[in-house]
Design a protein around this ligand. Structure first.
Ligand code: NAD
Ligand code: UDP
Length: 354
């Protein structure tokens, strides 16, 4: 089968996509919205590595086509510029699976245009749902630990309903993602589409933008440049950081699992205070940066750690990459990206080893 795409809106980046006449029985056509973003680009890479054919659909609000450039020669990727707030183009082929990752994830970016963030999580999600129904595709939603807000239960289990300020500066994202879960669940109940909801906890790794604004990228870039490390508040707030490769394994595992009828936490339960993370990144980058303290943003959650018992039980999944190993890979990525030679190599350990 030969599929050609017509140009629409911002156009199509990359070579024409042609499927073989007789596709492998296991090869699927998969749509990844937000495919040019941080997580999306790693997911596309993984799916192409698994021999699938992928369309990465992205508005490039925070993602960039460069994140997918290394996959251009695979012959199995098409990159389409499109905003999911608009109905998905009819020119796209029928998909077996859809991963909906389209939405800025950094507080700096999702708060820069909050109404747009809410539209992406509502109208955008409805457009993706309609497409999944039309295609009979299984749909996975990239939800978030932010649905738990500033949690009063620790660690966070999927049964916790959360503690979210509905009118604060984070609400466009937190409430947007909560609305998306509700909309998708009701849509799936009434149409029978197969739905997966991944509640993703803080994830980091190569291909985050240097100006992403999230904590790992900020600290790594500051440390490499010798700039002050900006800890917000007193740094006692905690997060639990998952390396991107582990997270992608979890997303694919969740998509492929059968009979999952509830949201599943995906993250690394290895919890750390933000001030401790700052010191560790300074050490790993062999940096002379000072740690400075800046005001804590409104509604910044005090603590966060996933209970991943459900993912372990249903998917047999758990993260494997040790935090220092993942941070070393990430610091090395930013060193190359911003053109800094580090004072000493970070002694890259094979992933998974301490
Ligand atoms: P990212 O900002 O790097 O990627 C988001 C991608 O979506 C970008 O390429 C952006 O251009 C695209 N996008 C945004 N709005 C769009 C729209 N309306 N139409 C089409 N494309 C649009 O963020 P990320 O870290 O890769 O996050 C990906 C997804 O995972 C998001 O849905 C996010 O909420 C979720 N998530 C991520 C994390 C994390 O720690 N990385 C944690 C929880 C949830
Ligand atoms: N943070 C910080 N300095 C920074 C960026 C973030 O201290 O330069 C803090 C932030 O206040 C929060 C934590 O790091 O407590 C994680 O922030 P991030 O934006 O990465 O993710 P989220 O708050 O959405 O979990």
């Amino acid at each position: 089968m030969d599929m050609r795409y017509t140009t629409f809106r911002g156009g199509i980046v990359g070579a024409e996509l042609r499927l073989p006449d007789r596709p492998s029985r296991l090869r699927k056509r998969i749509l990844v919205t937000g495919g040019a973003g941080f997580l999306g680009s790693h997911l596309c890479e993984r799916l192409i590595g698994d021999d699938h054919v992928v369309v990465a659909l992205d508005s490039f609000q925070t993602g960039v086509p460069d994140n997918l450039a290394h996959l251009a020669d695979s012959g199995r990727l098409k990159v389409v510029q499109h905003d999911i707030v608009e109905p998905l183009p009819d020119t796209l082929p029928r998909f077996d699976e859809i991963y909906n990752l389209a939405c800025p994830a950094s507080p700096v970016h999702y708060q820069s245009d909050p109404v747009k963030t809410l539209s992406t999580c509502s109208t955008g999600v409805l457009n993706v749902l309609k497409r999944a129904e039309r295609d009979g595709a299984r749909l996975l939603q990239a939800s978030t630990s932010e649905v738990y807000g500033d949690p009063e239960i620790h660690p966070q289990h999927e049964t916790y309903w959360g503690n979210v300020n509905p009118i604060g500066p984070r609400a466009c994202y937190d409430e947007g993602k909560r609305f998306a879960e509700a909309l998708m669940t009701d849509y799936a109940r009434s149409t029978g589409i197969e739905l997966r909801i991944a509640r993703i906890f803080n994830t980091y790794g190569p291909r985050m933008r240097p100006d992403d604004g999230r904590v790992v990228s900020n600290f790594a870039v500051q440390a490499l440049r010798g700039d002050d490390i900006t800890v917000y508040g007193d740094g006692s707030q905690t997060r639990s950081f998952c390396f991107v490769g582990d997270l992608v394994d979890g997303l694919v595992g969740l998509m492929e699992a059968s009979e999952i009828d509830r949201p599943v936490n995906l993250g690394n339960p290895d919890e750390i205070a933000v001030s401790t993370l700052a010191s560790r990144i300074v050490q790993l980058a062999n940096s002379t940066s000072r740690i400075v303290y800046r005001p804590l943003p409104t509604d910044d959650p005090r603590q966060r750690r996933p209970d991943i018992g459900l993912a372990r039980m249903l998917l047999g999944w758990e993260p494997r990459v040790d935090r220092d190993a993942g941070l070393r890979v990430t610091i090395d990525y930013f060193a190359r990206r911003i053109g800094r030679v580090q004072r000493a190599p970070t002694l890259l350990a094979p992933l998974g080893q301490a």
